[in-house]
Ligand binder design. Structure first.
Ligand SMILES: NC(=O)c1ccc[n+]([C@@H]2O[C@H](COP(=O)([O-])OP(=O)(O)OC[C@H]3O[C@@H](n4cnc5c(N)ncnc54)[C@H](OP(=O)(O)O)[C@@H]3O)[C@@H](O)[C@H]2O)c1
Length: 278
Protein backbone atom coordinates (compact mmCIF):
# COMPACT_ATOMS: atom_id res chain seq x y z
CA UNK A 1 0.00 0.00 0.00
CA UNK A 2 1.46 3.39 -0.99
CA UNK A 3 1.77 6.30 1.40
CA UNK A 4 -1.01 8.27 -0.26
CA UNK A 5 -3.28 5.24 -0.02
CA UNK A 6 -3.07 5.13 3.77
CA UNK A 7 -3.16 8.89 4.18
CA UNK A 8 -6.66 9.19 2.75
CA UNK A 9 -8.27 6.70 5.10
CA UNK A 10 -9.39 9.11 7.79
CA UNK A 11 -10.91 11.58 5.33
CA UNK A 12 -14.27 12.94 6.61
CA UNK A 13 -14.43 10.46 9.52
CA UNK A 14 -17.93 9.48 10.50
CA UNK A 15 -19.50 11.43 7.65
CA UNK A 16 -21.90 9.99 5.10
CA UNK A 17 -20.51 8.99 1.71
CA UNK A 18 -19.68 12.23 -0.08
CA UNK A 19 -21.27 12.75 -3.49
CA UNK A 20 -19.41 14.56 -6.28
CA UNK A 21 -20.10 14.69 -9.98
CA UNK A 22 -19.98 16.48 -13.29
CA UNK A 23 -22.77 18.48 -14.97
CA UNK A 24 -22.69 18.35 -18.74
CA UNK A 25 -24.94 17.93 -21.77
CA UNK A 26 -25.09 15.59 -23.54
CA UNK A 27 -23.44 13.17 -21.11
CA UNK A 28 -21.93 11.10 -23.94
CA UNK A 29 -19.15 8.88 -22.74
CA UNK A 30 -17.38 11.08 -20.16
CA UNK A 31 -14.35 9.47 -18.50
CA UNK A 32 -14.55 11.73 -15.43
CA UNK A 33 -16.44 9.30 -13.16
CA UNK A 34 -13.96 6.50 -13.94
CA UNK A 35 -10.97 8.76 -13.15
CA UNK A 36 -12.33 10.23 -9.92
CA UNK A 37 -13.79 7.00 -8.56
CA UNK A 38 -10.46 5.23 -9.15
CA UNK A 39 -8.71 8.02 -7.24
CA UNK A 40 -11.22 7.84 -4.35
CA UNK A 41 -10.69 4.08 -4.11
CA UNK A 42 -6.91 4.46 -4.17
CA UNK A 43 -6.91 7.19 -1.52
CA UNK A 44 -9.48 5.39 0.66
CA UNK A 45 -11.89 8.33 0.46
CA UNK A 46 -15.56 7.53 1.12
CA UNK A 47 -17.03 9.30 -1.92
CA UNK A 48 -18.73 8.60 -5.22
CA UNK A 49 -18.60 10.58 -8.45
CA UNK A 50 -21.43 10.52 -10.98
CA UNK A 51 -22.31 12.18 -14.29
CA UNK A 52 -25.39 14.42 -14.37
CA UNK A 53 -26.84 15.06 -17.84
CA UNK A 54 -28.26 18.58 -17.36
CA UNK A 55 -29.72 20.51 -20.32
CA UNK A 56 -28.99 24.27 -20.29
CA UNK A 57 -32.49 25.29 -19.17
CA UNK A 58 -32.16 23.08 -16.05
CA UNK A 59 -28.75 24.33 -14.89
CA UNK A 60 -30.11 26.71 -12.23
CA UNK A 61 -32.35 24.03 -10.73
CA UNK A 62 -29.47 21.53 -10.85
CA UNK A 63 -27.22 23.89 -8.87
CA UNK A 64 -30.00 24.54 -6.36
CA UNK A 65 -30.37 20.77 -6.02
CA UNK A 66 -26.63 20.36 -5.52
CA UNK A 67 -26.81 22.92 -2.69
CA UNK A 68 -29.78 21.23 -1.04
CA UNK A 69 -28.24 17.77 -1.30
CA UNK A 70 -24.87 18.96 0.02
CA UNK A 71 -22.80 17.79 -2.96
CA UNK A 72 -19.13 18.28 -2.12
CA UNK A 73 -17.71 19.09 -5.53
CA UNK A 74 -19.13 19.47 -9.02
CA UNK A 75 -17.12 19.52 -12.20
CA UNK A 76 -18.66 21.67 -14.92
CA UNK A 77 -18.29 20.68 -18.55
CA UNK A 78 -19.74 21.84 -21.88
CA UNK A 79 -22.02 23.69 -22.39
CA UNK A 80 -22.22 25.09 -18.84
CA UNK A 81 -18.77 26.57 -18.11
CA UNK A 82 -19.85 30.19 -18.55
CA UNK A 83 -23.53 30.02 -17.55
CA UNK A 84 -22.77 28.32 -14.23
CA UNK A 85 -21.12 31.47 -12.86
CA UNK A 86 -24.39 33.26 -12.12
CA UNK A 87 -25.48 30.41 -9.83
CA UNK A 88 -22.42 30.54 -7.53
CA UNK A 89 -21.63 32.53 -4.38
CA UNK A 90 -18.11 33.35 -5.56
CA UNK A 91 -15.91 32.90 -8.63
CA UNK A 92 -12.16 33.08 -7.96
CA UNK A 93 -9.90 35.54 -9.75
CA UNK A 94 -8.36 32.97 -12.12
CA UNK A 95 -11.71 31.65 -13.32
CA UNK A 96 -12.92 35.24 -13.77
CA UNK A 97 -9.83 36.06 -15.87
CA UNK A 98 -10.32 32.94 -18.00
CA UNK A 99 -14.05 33.61 -18.18
CA UNK A 100 -15.10 30.05 -17.39
CA UNK A 101 -15.63 27.77 -14.39
CA UNK A 102 -14.96 24.02 -14.60
CA UNK A 103 -14.98 23.32 -10.85
CA UNK A 104 -17.50 24.11 -8.11
CA UNK A 105 -16.37 23.34 -4.58
CA UNK A 106 -18.56 23.55 -1.51
CA UNK A 107 -16.96 25.52 1.32
CA UNK A 108 -19.31 25.61 4.31
CA UNK A 109 -22.64 26.49 2.71
CA UNK A 110 -21.03 28.48 -0.12
CA UNK A 111 -20.41 27.29 -3.68
CA UNK A 112 -17.08 28.56 -5.02
CA UNK A 113 -16.21 28.47 -8.75
CA UNK A 114 -12.67 27.89 -9.98
CA UNK A 115 -10.89 26.69 -13.12
CA UNK A 116 -8.41 23.81 -13.47
CA UNK A 117 -8.42 23.55 -17.28
CA UNK A 118 -5.38 25.84 -17.45
CA UNK A 119 -3.52 23.65 -14.94
CA UNK A 120 -4.40 20.58 -16.98
CA UNK A 121 -2.72 22.06 -20.03
CA UNK A 122 0.40 23.38 -18.29
CA UNK A 123 0.98 20.24 -16.21
CA UNK A 124 0.56 18.10 -19.33
CA UNK A 125 3.18 20.21 -21.14
CA UNK A 126 5.45 20.23 -18.08
CA UNK A 127 5.67 16.43 -18.33
CA UNK A 128 7.93 17.14 -21.33
CA UNK A 129 9.26 20.70 -21.12
CA UNK A 130 9.71 23.84 -19.01
CA UNK A 131 7.49 26.81 -19.84
CA UNK A 132 9.25 29.80 -18.27
CA UNK A 133 10.51 31.95 -21.15
CA UNK A 134 9.22 29.50 -23.81
CA UNK A 135 7.85 30.83 -27.09
CA UNK A 136 4.39 29.26 -27.34
CA UNK A 137 1.85 29.18 -30.15
CA UNK A 138 -1.78 28.41 -29.37
CA UNK A 139 -3.97 27.34 -32.29
CA UNK A 140 -7.60 28.37 -31.74
CA UNK A 141 -9.39 31.19 -29.93
CA UNK A 142 -12.39 29.46 -28.34
CA UNK A 143 -13.14 28.42 -24.77
CA UNK A 144 -10.22 26.07 -24.21
CA UNK A 145 -7.79 28.50 -25.88
CA UNK A 146 -8.61 31.07 -23.17
CA UNK A 147 -7.61 28.64 -20.40
CA UNK A 148 -4.45 27.51 -22.22
CA UNK A 149 -3.27 31.04 -23.04
CA UNK A 150 -3.89 32.15 -19.45
CA UNK A 151 -1.94 29.15 -18.12
CA UNK A 152 1.01 29.67 -20.44
CA UNK A 153 1.20 33.35 -19.51
CA UNK A 154 0.96 32.43 -15.82
CA UNK A 155 3.96 30.11 -16.26
CA UNK A 156 6.00 32.85 -17.95
CA UNK A 157 5.76 31.82 -21.62
CA UNK A 158 5.24 34.34 -24.41
CA UNK A 159 2.21 33.38 -26.50
CA UNK A 160 1.08 33.92 -30.07
CA UNK A 161 -2.56 33.04 -30.86
CA UNK A 162 -3.34 31.75 -34.36
CA UNK A 163 -6.92 31.11 -35.42
CA UNK A 164 -9.11 30.62 -38.51
CA UNK A 165 -11.01 33.79 -37.54
CA UNK A 166 -8.17 36.25 -37.03
CA UNK A 167 -10.36 38.88 -35.33
CA UNK A 168 -11.08 36.40 -32.50
CA UNK A 169 -7.36 35.61 -32.15
CA UNK A 170 -6.58 39.33 -31.93
CA UNK A 171 -9.27 39.96 -29.32
CA UNK A 172 -8.10 37.04 -27.17
CA UNK A 173 -4.45 38.10 -27.48
CA UNK A 174 -5.29 41.65 -26.35
CA UNK A 175 -7.37 40.50 -23.42
CA UNK A 176 -4.93 37.89 -22.08
CA UNK A 177 -1.70 39.74 -22.80
CA UNK A 178 -0.43 37.50 -25.60
CA UNK A 179 2.44 38.73 -27.78
CA UNK A 180 0.69 38.43 -31.12
CA UNK A 181 -2.08 36.97 -33.23
CA UNK A 182 -2.65 35.81 -36.79
CA UNK A 183 -4.07 33.15 -39.11
CA UNK A 184 -3.29 29.42 -38.75
CA UNK A 185 -1.06 29.67 -41.83
CA UNK A 186 1.34 31.95 -39.90
CA UNK A 187 2.73 29.00 -37.91
CA UNK A 188 5.60 28.36 -40.36
CA UNK A 189 6.86 31.93 -39.84
CA UNK A 190 6.36 31.91 -36.05
CA UNK A 191 9.25 30.39 -34.02
CA UNK A 192 7.80 28.07 -31.36
CA UNK A 193 9.16 25.91 -28.54
CA UNK A 194 5.62 24.91 -27.54
CA UNK A 195 2.60 24.33 -29.78
CA UNK A 196 -0.90 23.68 -28.42
CA UNK A 197 -3.89 22.88 -30.61
CA UNK A 198 -7.18 24.01 -29.09
CA UNK A 199 -9.16 24.05 -32.33
CA UNK A 200 -11.63 21.24 -32.83
CA UNK A 201 -9.86 20.24 -36.06
CA UNK A 202 -8.86 16.58 -35.77
CA UNK A 203 -11.80 15.70 -33.53
CA UNK A 204 -13.05 12.34 -34.83
CA UNK A 205 -11.31 13.06 -38.15
CA UNK A 206 -7.90 12.64 -39.79
CA UNK A 207 -7.46 16.40 -40.37
CA UNK A 208 -4.82 18.72 -38.90
CA UNK A 209 -5.21 22.47 -38.33
CA UNK A 210 -1.72 23.18 -39.73
CA UNK A 211 0.64 21.90 -42.44
CA UNK A 212 3.07 19.26 -41.14
CA UNK A 213 6.04 21.22 -42.48
CA UNK A 214 5.13 24.23 -40.34
CA UNK A 215 5.76 22.34 -37.07
CA UNK A 216 9.17 23.00 -35.53
CA UNK A 217 11.18 19.78 -34.98
CA UNK A 218 12.36 21.30 -31.66
CA UNK A 219 8.85 21.95 -30.32
CA UNK A 220 6.76 20.18 -27.69
CA UNK A 221 3.28 19.70 -29.15
CA UNK A 222 0.08 19.22 -27.11
CA UNK A 223 -3.19 18.47 -28.89
CA UNK A 224 -6.23 19.24 -26.70
CA UNK A 225 -8.25 16.96 -29.00
CA UNK A 226 -8.29 13.50 -27.38
CA UNK A 227 -10.62 11.59 -29.72
CA UNK A 228 -8.79 9.97 -31.46
CA UNK A 229 -6.02 9.50 -28.91
CA UNK A 230 -3.32 9.90 -31.55
CA UNK A 231 -4.37 12.74 -33.83
CA UNK A 232 -3.00 13.65 -37.25
CA UNK A 233 -1.29 16.69 -35.67
CA UNK A 234 0.53 14.49 -33.12
CA UNK A 235 1.55 12.01 -35.85
CA UNK A 236 2.87 14.86 -38.02
CA UNK A 237 4.72 16.37 -35.06
CA UNK A 238 6.41 13.05 -34.23
CA UNK A 239 7.38 12.57 -37.87
CA UNK A 240 9.03 16.01 -37.73
CA UNK A 241 11.01 14.92 -34.65
CA UNK A 242 9.01 17.02 -32.17
CA UNK A 243 7.98 15.80 -28.69
CA UNK A 244 4.27 15.18 -28.26
CA UNK A 245 1.72 15.16 -25.42
CA UNK A 246 -1.70 13.61 -25.99
CA UNK A 247 -4.90 15.49 -25.04
CA UNK A 248 -5.73 12.76 -22.55
CA UNK A 249 -3.05 14.21 -20.24
CA UNK A 250 -4.71 17.64 -20.22
CA UNK A 251 -7.95 15.99 -19.09
CA UNK A 252 -6.24 13.81 -16.49
CA UNK A 253 -4.33 16.74 -14.97
CA UNK A 254 -7.35 19.04 -14.80
CA UNK A 255 -9.24 16.25 -12.99
CA UNK A 256 -6.26 15.67 -10.68
CA UNK A 257 -6.20 19.38 -9.80
CA UNK A 258 -9.93 19.24 -8.96
CA UNK A 259 -9.38 16.30 -6.64
CA UNK A 260 -6.49 18.08 -4.92
CA UNK A 261 -8.55 21.23 -4.43
CA UNK A 262 -11.36 19.37 -2.72
CA UNK A 263 -9.48 16.77 -0.66
CA UNK A 264 -6.07 18.37 -0.08
CA UNK A 265 -4.48 15.05 -1.08
CA UNK A 266 -1.85 14.71 -3.80
CA UNK A 267 -3.77 13.16 -6.70
CA UNK A 268 -2.71 9.69 -7.91
CA UNK A 269 -2.22 10.87 -11.49
CA UNK A 270 -1.14 7.48 -12.86
CA UNK A 271 -4.16 5.76 -11.30
CA UNK A 272 -6.44 8.35 -12.90
CA UNK A 273 -4.69 8.00 -16.27
CA UNK A 274 -5.10 4.20 -16.16
CA UNK A 275 -8.81 4.64 -15.35
CA UNK A 276 -9.16 6.97 -18.34
CA UNK A 277 -7.82 4.18 -20.58
CA UNK A 278 -9.97 1.37 -19.13
N1 LIG B 1 -8.09 17.67 -23.46
C1 LIG B 1 -8.86 18.47 -22.75
O1 LIG B 1 -8.81 18.50 -21.52
C2 LIG B 1 -9.78 19.44 -23.45
C3 LIG B 1 -10.39 20.47 -22.74
C4 LIG B 1 -11.23 21.34 -23.44
C5 LIG B 1 -11.44 21.18 -24.80
N2 LIG B 1 -10.82 20.16 -25.46
C6 LIG B 1 -11.00 20.00 -26.92
O2 LIG B 1 -10.59 21.20 -27.55
C7 LIG B 1 -11.36 21.43 -28.73
C8 LIG B 1 -11.91 22.85 -28.74
O3 LIG B 1 -12.81 23.04 -27.66
P1 LIG B 1 -13.38 24.50 -27.31
O4 LIG B 1 -14.32 24.32 -26.17
O5 LIG B 1 -12.29 25.48 -27.19
O6 LIG B 1 -14.23 24.82 -28.64
P2 LIG B 1 -14.78 26.22 -29.19
O7 LIG B 1 -14.86 27.24 -28.10
O8 LIG B 1 -16.00 25.90 -29.97
O9 LIG B 1 -13.62 26.71 -30.22
C9 LIG B 1 -13.41 26.00 -31.40
C10 LIG B 1 -12.13 26.49 -32.08
O10 LIG B 1 -11.88 25.64 -33.21
C11 LIG B 1 -11.76 26.44 -34.38
N3 LIG B 1 -12.28 25.69 -35.53
C12 LIG B 1 -13.45 24.99 -35.59
N4 LIG B 1 -13.58 24.41 -36.81
C13 LIG B 1 -12.49 24.78 -37.53
C14 LIG B 1 -12.04 24.49 -38.86
N5 LIG B 1 -12.74 23.72 -39.69
N6 LIG B 1 -10.85 25.01 -39.24
C15 LIG B 1 -10.12 25.78 -38.42
N7 LIG B 1 -10.47 26.09 -37.15
C16 LIG B 1 -11.66 25.59 -36.71
C17 LIG B 1 -12.57 27.69 -34.10
O11 LIG B 1 -12.15 28.72 -34.96
P3 LIG B 1 -13.11 29.99 -35.30
O12 LIG B 1 -12.96 30.95 -34.15
O13 LIG B 1 -12.59 30.50 -36.60
O14 LIG B 1 -14.52 29.45 -35.40
C18 LIG B 1 -12.21 27.92 -32.62
O15 LIG B 1 -10.96 28.55 -32.50
C19 LIG B 1 -12.44 20.33 -28.73
O16 LIG B 1 -12.02 19.31 -29.60
C20 LIG B 1 -12.45 19.81 -27.31
O17 LIG B 1 -12.82 18.44 -27.24
C21 LIG B 1 -10.00 19.30 -24.82
Amino acid sequence: MGQAEGKGRDFSPGAATAVCGVVLHPAGHTRSPAMHNAAFRFLGIDAVYVAFDVPPEELGRALAGARALGLRQLAVSLPHKVAVMEHLDEVDATARAIGAVNTVTREGDRLIGSNTDWLGAVRALEQETGLEGARAVVLGAGGSARAVVWGLRERGASVTVLNRSVDKAEALARELDAAGAGPLSALAATPHDVLVNTTSVGLRSDASPVAAGAISPDATVLDAVYDPRDTRLLQDARARGARTVAGKWMLVHQAAAQLERWTGHAAPVDVMADAFDD
